[in-house]
Design a protein around this ligand. Structure first.
Ligand code: FES
Length: 271
């Protein structure tokens, strides 16, 4: 049996500067894509001699995987300093990912904040690539400032032009060039007030945003099984070995990180 701790060696093929502290890395191996993750799955990336960390797959092409990574610590700072051609270890995929089959036929409301749009992006693009299988897509996204918005090409060009897709973007604080809404994501969600009938809401972002988004969805009449979120921030080893992700009897890495609100409510309130 192969050792699950041994990474495949990939190389950075392309780097996209999303914001001052977020870059998207396209990784390829000599054999092309190291694996084909489901939307919402993660991978362990390692950079010698700095270390390794778990990151959400934000997208994929025929022969590469994409990771949008925020500079927050040693490893991510080292990744931000890396250049095209740099070797990066990769292993995975980890986690259950979004239930793409169960979502078929539903209207989907995506609610994201900051870098939390990364896993949602992979699901949004999956739905657009399988357009007939899904209903209307409503995308609500926010960041601190216009400069902090990630995936701007998709937010402002590709997604709004896609059939049956609406995009609403807000910022906590605008700047001289910003003409869109200013305010928090949960407030924009309540203002848009998408009716719960036939819908599933999928949210990912900072914990405080998720908390208020879940409360807003509840007020708007969404049942617990109509709300999905991902606890990917708790993923560490991804293998059920380190014991750092458990919530009561569940391991986020083995049972999640994608859960319905109903599943989360059955767990200790630590999420
Ligand atoms: S992430 Fe290590 S046990 Fe789940």
């Amino acid at each position: 049996m192969s050792n699950p701790y041994v990474p495949v060696i990939a190389r950075i093929e392309r780097i996209i500067e999303e914001t001052p502290d977020v870059k998207t890395f396209h990784l390829v191996t000599a054999a092309g894509k190291p694996f084909a993750p489901r939307p919402g799955q993660l991978a362990m990336l390692s950079l010698l001699p700095v270390g390794e960390g778990m990151f959400s797959v934000s997208g994929q092409g025929e022969a590469h995987l994409e990771f949008a990574i925020k500079k927050v610590g040693q490893l991510t700072t080292a990744l931000h300093e890396a250049e095209v051609g740099q070797a990066v270890g990769i292993r995975g995929p980890y986690g259950n990912g979004f239930p793409v089959e169960e979502l078929q036929g539903k209207d989907l409301v995506f609610i994201g904040g900051g870098i939390g749009l990364a896993p949602l992006r992979s699901l949004i693009n999956y739905c657009l690539a399988h357009r007939p299988d899904y209903g209307e897509l409503l995308i609500i996204y926010g960041a601190r400032t216009p400069a902090d918005l990630v995936f701007k090409e998709e937010l402002f060009r590709h997604w709004p032009q896609a059939p049956g897709t609406a995009v609403h973007v807000t910022v906590d604080a605008g700047d001289a060039g910003w003409q869109g809404p200013v305010g928090l994501v949960p407030a924009l969600l309540e203002q848009l007030n998408p009716r719960p009938q036939g819908k599933v809401a999928i949210t990912c972002g900072p914990p405080v945003m998720i908390k208020f988004v879940l409360q807003a969805l509840e007020r708007m009449g969404y049942r617990d099984d109509q709300v999905i979120t991902t606890l990917e921030r708790r993923m560490k080893c991804g293998l059920g070995k380190c014991g750092r992700c458990n919530l009561g009897s569940k391991y986020v890495c083995l049972d999640g990180p994608v859960f319905t609100l109903g599943q989360l409510k059955a767990l200790p309130a630590e999420y």
